[in-house]
Design a protein around this ligand. Structure first.
Ligand code: ADP
Ligand code: TRP
Length: 321
């Protein structure tokens, strides 16, 4: 049972990404046969600065490796190191009805937000289908927003198999609904598009300032807070502190006597310590970029070995060569 997912290299990762996407992917490694790639071709639909793409790709590689992606167990590579994916994309594109493509809501959403559409953005679901089908994937863990793309992938795989005989594995999505939505600094869903993020890695002073700047109500420290569970700092503390400690702070907030400033200090300390080991690993990796490059090259070789077989089957089945 192969698990595969792609990570778009777009900017700095935050704790919403960590608990919503990274942690589950890293935990899934215990099942074995995990394929994780950095979707640098996909980033071209929105980022057209080469230096930015290079920097983001390297940053994401460091983040994932520091947080526990194990390149011995999992195959971890850069999408563009296996360009066969573009060939499969072409084959699948010829089987993707225009009606299906026009219904893709990621494209509709992005154009509605004023992004001027290019063909790549429109064709994005076909590239994503090729990403998945090129590696004989069974399970695709994604957020709800990507569910339609995995369904389109299934459609294309079935169409291919109908046209050319059983060739491609038809995958299933694994939707992570059970993962809590991590609230941002303003209480809304944390998202880089809302500017309310707490980064996983970054400058200590700036991050402390962000956390100490969380806006609270004007009740005095002495006042009991019967609605303690709605307190944003406490909600965030629950992700980082052991349950007994979080419960203790909740009780103290409820009873009165705990000031918001003190609570935010505690939150910062727990958050900062939570990522201490990962931060140290990231610093080591950043000082050893040749090693990171070698990890990605090795991953590309292992990924390519699978890709060559699948593309070979697809070429033969479709009468190419
Ligand atoms: P952003 O909203 O910051 O642009 P992305 O859309 O790039 O984040 O999300 C990447 C992954 O992180 C997705 O799998 C998504 O489900 C997860 N994720 C993002 N924000 C949150 C959040 N606030 N809580 C839980 N998971 C999140
Ligand atoms: N489209 C996905 C996202 O925006 C990233 C992605 C690209 C992906 N190719 C994939 C996810 C293949 C799963 C499988 O998050």
């Amino acid at each position: 049972m192969r698990t595969l997912t792609g990570i778009t290299p777009s900017g700095t990762l935050h704790i919403g990404n960590y608990f919503g996407a990274m942690r589950p992917a890293i935990d899934a490694q215990t099942r074995g046969d995990c394929f994780y790639f950095i979707a640098d071709y996909h980033s071209m639909t929105t980022v057209t600065a080469a230096a930015e793409r290079r920097k983001n790709t390297q940053g994401i590689a460091l983040d994932w490796l520091a947080c526990g992606l194990d390149p011995q167990t999992s195959v971890f590579w850069r999408q563009s190191d296996v360009p066969e994916v573009c060939e499969l994309m072409w084959m699948l594109g010829t089987l993707a009805p225009m009606g299906l493509m026009e219904r893709a809501h990621s494209y509709k959403d992005k154009t509605a937000k004023g992004i001027s559409p290019n063909f790549g953005l429109f064709a994005y679901p076909v590239l994503m289908a090729a990403d998945i089908l090129l590696y004989d994937t069974h399970r695709v863990p994604v957020g709800r927003d990507q569910k339609q793309h995995v369904e389109m992938t299934r459609d294309m795989a079935i169409k291919f198999n109908e046209a050319y005989g059983e060739t491609l594995v038809v995958p299933e999505s694994e939707i992570r609904d059970e993962v809590a939505v991590i609230p941002g600094l303003d209480g809304q869903k944390m998202s880089k598009s809302y500017g309310n993020t707490i980064e996983i890695f970054g400058d200590e002073k700036a991050l402390r300032k962000k956390i100490m700047g969380i806006v609270m109500d004007s009740r005095t420290p002495a006042e009991p807070k019967p609605d303690a569970d709605k307190n944003l700092a406490l909600q965030l503390l629950k992700f980082f502190a052991p349950p007994a400690i979080a419960t203790d702070y909740e009780d103290r907030l409820r009873a009165g006597g705990l000031g918001y400033g003190d609570l935010k200090k505690v939150l910062f300390e727990h958050y900062w310590n939570y990522f201490a080991a990962a931060r140290a690993r990231r610093a080591d990796l950043a000082a050893n970029l040749d090693h990171v490059d070698a990890v990605l090259r090795d991953g590309a070789q292992r990924a390519r070995a699978v890709a060559e077989q699948v593309i070979g089957r697809a070429r033969k089945a479709s009468g190419l060569r």
